[in-house]
Every structure is written in structure tokens, then in C-alpha cells.
Design a protein around this ligand. Structure first.
Ligand code: ADP
Length: 634
């Protein structure tokens, strides 16, 4: 195929413009990004070769070669990795797929133009970082595995690039950067200088596990020029070094390179185990939750290495799903190199390692909660949801619930701050037997729930379930340290003190005498309510909604409402306060004529009030508004 000129995708164009025009404070990172791509390409080839040895074409010496050249004012980075086909070049280099880059672009748009400089330094932009220093980039690549055709991609930074077929005898990718003048002989930088490049490789890419080679020119004693090829990086993977010898910057750099974590991780776990099973793990809790953490396109999992050789990415079998946000790798000589995902799933060694890692993370989190509350609350804000979903998803696994229950935080009525269940229980007066919780859309609306009045009066603290998953988690727990968890929104909520018990027996008696009225109220409202009862839980409020002991709560029902699942309906019980003047009025209207429109309207208005208190829109708001207007004008 002859040379073809293609346009960049709009997003790519934007990114390129940003990279070219912004004052990128850290110019040298282009090298790290390109070396990192080269290393990934060799990883991919190596992985393929485990099942298809022919792909190596007899050359198993993996390497990255860097040639700075002051004559041509270029720097060339070559690898003998997997390479790319023409289509792959167009797909990979012409478009933006990588999540880090996307996040970068999103942030860029959020920040407007003012913050570019700072932001651009936080993110790596992968291949495009070449344009920080180059005015023209040529990429020549040949796919490994006997493909003959190679392609050359050339771009001078404008909105388009040229792609053409060329000859390239060896597999892999060669990238030539034609440097902008200020990076050749500028005061600050000279990226054609061998020693500059050598020190940059050592600084950013020392642990890359393939040799990064360079030619060094010296003279022997007779002044003959000799070329010496040297490997510049130590190739020792960071995780194999001693913890005490690794600086924070090195760890940070590592997660940036390896896992596209552009911000300093919140927590780093570096563990080595020797014994029945030997492994090293280097994990981190990122600073921020990925925006797609709970969506299907998020792929959790750790990288797996065996004897420092990359085996597999996104291995899900080490950590439970509630630690899906943890990133990192496990390197174990006990795990075979060419292992399939299926075998891995069955592997007892993987389970053992996973359990140990999980315990370690749990322990560190518990420690942070105890000793550094502020830090833990930052963690909670990012990843709390994941632990709560973990409790819910393991409703029938008491071990998991036990592991997680003390790490949960909830807002409570005490001071609207976050509290653990243990702290709540600790504050409970001796007479209080249960843990009380209430659900609503936010703390302010929960505080106004009429059911809460009698609790407030008795000085009983209530857990506010404001995140939809809060309720799912507490429901799954059922109880905490022998204390039953009781929702004040459920029908079985009652207080245990003497006064409350007395009121309750009075209510029971009243209910019997008003049996007919209650049935008529239910009939007047219709199917949308399942039962109508008198309740002892109200003080100054006239009505409230309660839900059945079993089945979803109103909150759960509302959460799932968009899915239109007819089985996910709460059992709605309208509670009436027999001590409220409205109740006397209601029974008066009923006594006059239980078939009158007035009685029916009265019942519907009561139900509408109960719905509004719960933050639920009545089915027919216009009717409701009209009835209120009618009532007010009478
Ligand atoms: P990232 O490497 O983070 O995915 P880049 O923009 O750096 O993002 O690269 C985009 C894609 O181009 C890579 O995912 C890879 O598929 C391909 N690529 C880049 N460099 C090379 C290379 N040296 N060899 C083979 N493929 C490469």
C-alpha cells in the first residue's frame, strides 16, 4: 500500500495540541514513557511466546536500544517486542484508549486552561509525550511472528500523520524523535548526549526488566575509536529490593509506570514471605477510586510474575472482590510460568497467597482506623462503598462479615460525624438493647422523620443510612456483637422501655376497636398501600410509612425502581397516630359517611403526606395539589 495521509481523531488532536503547546515542566518524562511502552511490547511478545514459541523467530534476546545522535539531532528508541500491524498502528497510535490519558483529558476540561501546567505534570500521556521534545516523530514497526510487511508512521505534530509500507528486517518497533532545537543544544537540555540519557534511564527506568542498551564511544590508548555496548539499567525489579533501600519516590515512580497511578498511592504494601510458599507482593491502595470502579468495564486484579518474569495481568484470584480497588503485583517462584487462568483459579497456592495478602490489608486498614482516623476517613470516602458492597455480597458468609464489620463507618445522629459500629455500641446506655438506624436521602431529611422523635426524646443515638448501600450492608449484618440492628422504618420497630410497652398495649387495644375504620382507610387508598395500622412510634406526627420486616425497604425499592422489577416492591404499611387531632377528625368523617368522597380524599391525603415525608413523589401530584387547594379554600 502506498503512503496514506490520515487525520487524527478529534480527541487525539486535542491531546497533541496540549502536549505541544503546554509548558510541560518535566520535559524528560518522554523517555520513561517510550521505554515503558517498549518494555510492555516485549512483555506481550514474551507472553505470546509461552504458547507459540515460533513467534520469536529464533531470537530470544529481548532488548531495548537507545541511540542519541547529535549529528542528526535525533534520539532513537528501538525494541524487539511484539510490534504492530498497520491496523494496530492506526488503532493504537491514532486514537486514545488508555484510561490514564482519558482521565487526564477529563481533568483538563474540568480545570479549563488555567491549570494546564500543573495537571499535565501529574499525568503521563504515553506515546504522545514524544511531542514534548520532538518536532517530528517517525515510528517504524513490524509485527512479530513472520509478518513481512512493516509500516512507518510519521507525524509532525499537526492534525494528521502519514502511514506507509516499508521494509524492516527485524521484529519490533523503532521510534525516531527529531528533537526540537532547544533539546539539542539548549542551555538546559541536550537529549543527544549519551550521559544525560544514561542518567535518565537510571533515574526513571532502572527496574525495567529487559536490558536497555546504548553504544558508548571511547578511545583506546592508541586513540582508536571503539564502540562499547553497555546495558544501562540494573534490571532489578523494584519489588525484589529491600524495603529499607527503596525511597518513597521510587515506589511512587513504580506505580506510575506500572499501573498508571498518576497520584501518590494512599497506602503501599510491600511484603515478602518465605516458608511453605514463597512470594513477594507489592500492592497499593490508589489515592482515588477509579471512576468506573463499580462498572463492568473495570477490570480488577493483580499482575502475576514468576521469578520476576511477567506471567499475566489482571489476575482476579488473589483478592476478594471488595478489594477490587487494590493494584499491584505478586511474584512467586512457586507458580508456574505458563499457567492458564483456569488452573490459577484452582491453585491452592494462589488462595494461600491471596488470603495472606487480604489479611495484611485488613490489618493495615484496622491500624489506620485506630491510629490515623483522618487518613482512614479519606480512604473511606474513596473505597467505603466497596467494603459495604462486600458485606452485602457476603450476606451468608459470616467470616467475611466479621472481617469487614469493624471497618465500616456510618453517619450518626450524635454529631453527624462518621462512627464505627463499635463506637456506637460503646456510647449506648445500658438500657438500650438494639442498634437503631434510619434511612433517607440525606441526614437532614432523616433527622426530620417523625419516627425519630421518640428516640430523640430518650436520647437514643441513631445511625443515618444515607448512602443506598449503607442499608444493604447493615441488613446483611443483621446484628453486631450480639446487638440486633433495628431499622426505625420497619414495622417491628418499638422501644423496649416500660413507657413504650404501655403505650403499645394501649395501641393494640385501640386497634381492635378501630378495626373497621382501618380497613376502610386501606380500601380508600387502594393497592398502593398494603396495610393501615395505628402506631405507637409517632409523637407529634400524624402519619408515617413503615415497611414489612422481610423484603425490600422503601429505600431499596426506590434504588431499584429504574429497573422496573415488579418483585422489588416494599410492603408498605401506613401508620396512623391515634393521639393526633387528625385521627379524631378522620374517625369523625368516617362515622358520618364512610362512603363519602370526603372520607376517601381524607385517606388519600394522609397517605400522600406519608409518602412526602419519605421523599417519595405521590403517584398523582396534580390531584394532590388540587385536593389541598380545595381544602384550603373551604
Ligand atoms: P499506553 O501504553 O498507556 O496504552 P500509549 O499512548 O503509550 O498508551 O500507547 C498506545 C498503544 O500503542 C499501546 O497500548 C500499545 O498497544 C501501542 N504501542 C505503543 N508503543 C508501542 C511499542 N513500542 N510496541 C508496540 N506497541 C506499542
Amino acid at each position: 500500500m502506498s503512503a496514506e495521509t490520515l487525520e487524527f481523531q478529534a480527541e487525539t488532536k486535542r491531546l497533541l495540541d496540549l502536549v505541544i503547546n503546554s509548558i510541560y515542566t518535566n520535559k524528560e518524562i518522554f523517555l520513561r514513557e517510550l521505554i515503558s511502552n517498549a518494555s510492555d511490547a516485549i512483555d506481550k511478545l514474551h507472553f505470546e511466546s509461552l504458547t507459540n514459541h515460533d513467534i520469536l523467530e529464533g531470537n530470544e534476546d529481548f532488548e531495548i536500544f537507545i541511540v542519541p545522535d547529535s549529528d542528526t539531532k535525533t534520539i532513537t528508541i528501538s525494541d524487539n517486542g511484539i510490534g504492530m500491524t498497520r491496523d494496530e498502528v492506526i488503532a493504537n497510535i491514532g486514537t486514545i484508549a488508555q484510561s490514564g490519558t482519558r482521565a487526564f483529558l477529563d481533568k483538563m476540561s474540568d480545570a479549563g486552561d488555567s491549570n494546564n501546567e500543573e495537571l499535565i505534570g501529574q499525568f503521563g500521556v504515553g506515546f504522545y509525550s514524544a511531542f514534548i521534545v520532538a518536532q517530528k516523530v517517525e515510528l517504524t514497526t513490524r509485527k512479530a511472528g513472520g509478518e513481512n510487511s512493516a509500516v512507518k508512521w510519521t507525524c509532525e505534530g499537526a492534525g494528521e500523520y502519514v502511514i506507509e509500507d516499508v521494509d524492516k528486517p527485524s521484529r519490533g518497533t523503532t521510534i525516531i524523535l527529531h528533537l526540537k532545537p532547544e533539546f539539542v543544544s539548549g542551555d538546559e537540555f541536550n537529549f543527544t548526549d549519551h550521559f544525560t540519557i544514561e542518567s535518565l534511564v537510571k533515574k526513571y527506568s532502572d527496574y525495567i526488566r529487559y536490558p536497555i542498551k546504548m553504544n558508548f564511544y571511547t578511545e583506546d590508548k592508541d586513540k582508536n575509536h571503539i564502540v562499547e555496548v553497555r546495558t544501562v539499567n540494573s534490571m532489578q525489579p523494584l519489588w525484589t529490593r529491600n524495603k529499607s533501600d527503596i525511597s518513597e519516590d521510587e515506589y511512587e515512580e513504580f506505580f506510575r509506570h506500572q499501573f498508571h497511578e498518576w497520584e501518590k498511592p494512599m497506602e503501599i504494601f510491600h511484603t515478602k514471605a518465605e516458608g511453605t510458599i514463597e512470594y513477594t507482593a507489592l500492592l497499593c491502595i490508589p489515592k482515588r477510586a477509579a471512576s468506573n470502579l463499580f462498572f463492568a468495564d473495570y477490570e480488577p486484579g493483580l499482575q502475576l510474575y514468576s521469578r520476576h518474569v511477567f506471567v499475566m495481568d489482571k489476575c482476579k484470584d488473589f483478592l476478594p472482590d471488595y478489594f477490587r480497588f487494590v493494584k499491584g503485583l505478586v511474584d512467586s517462584p512457586d507458580l508456574p510460568l505458563n499457567v492458564s487462568r483456569e488452573i490459577l483459579q484452582q491453585s491452592r497456592d494462589v488462595k494461600k497467597i491471596g488470603r495472606a495478602l487480604e489479611k495484611n490489608i485488613l490489618k493495615q486498614l484496622a491500624k489506620a482506623l485506630k491510629n490515623d482516623r483522618e487518613h482512614y476517613e479519606e480512604f473511606w470516602a474513596q473505597f467505603g462503598k466497596s467494603l459495604k458492597i462486600g458485606v452485602y455480597n457476603n450476606t451468608y458468609d459470616s467470616k467475611v462479615k466479621e472481617d469487614l464489620q469493624d471497618l465500616l463507618l456510618f453517619v450518626t445522629s450524635k454529631d453527624l460525624k462518621l462512627s464505627t459500629l463499635a463506637e456506637y455500641v460503646e456510647r449506648m446506655p445500658a438500657t438500650q438493647k438494639k442498634i437503631y438506624c434510619a434511612t433517607g436521602k440525606d441526614a437532614a431529611s432523616i433527622a426530620k422523620l417523625p419516627q425519630l422523635e421518640i428516640l430523640r426524646e430518650r436520647g437514643i443515638e441513631v445511625i443515618y443510612l444515607v448512602d443506598p448501600v449503607d442499608e444493604f450492608a447493615l441488613n446483611a449484618l443483621v446484628s453486631y456483637n450480639g446487638k440486633e440492628i433495628q431499622s426505625v422504618n420497619r414495622e417491628d420497630f418499638e422501644l423496649e422501655d416500660e413507657d413504650s410497652q404501655k403505650t403499645k398495649s394501649e395501641i393494640d387495644e385501640l386497634s381492635r376497636s378501630y378495626e373497621e375504620l382501618l380497613l376502610d382507610v386501606k380500601a380508600a387508598i387502594g393497592e398502593s398501600v398494603n396495610e393501615v395500622r395505628l402506631t405507637a412510634r409517632l409523637k407529634s406526627g400524624a402519619v408515617c410509612l413503615m415497611t414489612g420486616i422481610n423484603g425490600p425497604s422503601l429505600n431499596m425499592e426506590q434504588t431499584f425502581a429504574p429497573m422496573n422489577n415488579p418483585f422489588f416492591k416494599a410492603h408498605r404499611i401506613l401508620g396512623l397516630n391515634p393521639n393526633h387531632p387528625l385521627f379524631k377528625k378522620l374517625s369523625g368523617v368516617h362515622a358520618q359517611d364512610k362512603n363519602s368522597d370526603k372520607f376517601k380524599d381524607f385517606c388519600k391525603l394522609l397517605y400522600a403526606q406519608a409518602l412526602l415525608i419519605e421523599g417519595i413523589m405521590p403517584d398523582n401530584p396534580v390531584d394532590l395539589a388540587n385536593k389541598i387547594a380545595e381544602l384550603m379554600s373551604n
